[in-house]
Design a protein around this ligand. Sequence first.
Ligand SMILES: [Zn+2]
Length: 77
Amino acid sequence: MPIYEYHCDQCDHDFEYLVFNAQEPETCPTCNSSQVSRQMSICGFVSKGAGGETVSSSASANSCSGCTATSCTSCGH
Ligand SMILES: [Zn+2]
């Protein structure tokens, strides 16, 4: 069961969604906006922090230095 990461362009909210039967979310769970885009679940992919700041909080605690997700499908974390 794949878990995809989505980003809402409306409220800038990142959320994970467990995709059942290839049914993807059409709206943001926070603001109900339909402007959601699927992020690639790849370690090291950071959608924010273009200015140099990193949004990873527990990256140093695991082996994946760039993963900001709690359930990264690429590294298993
Ligand atoms: Zn939203």
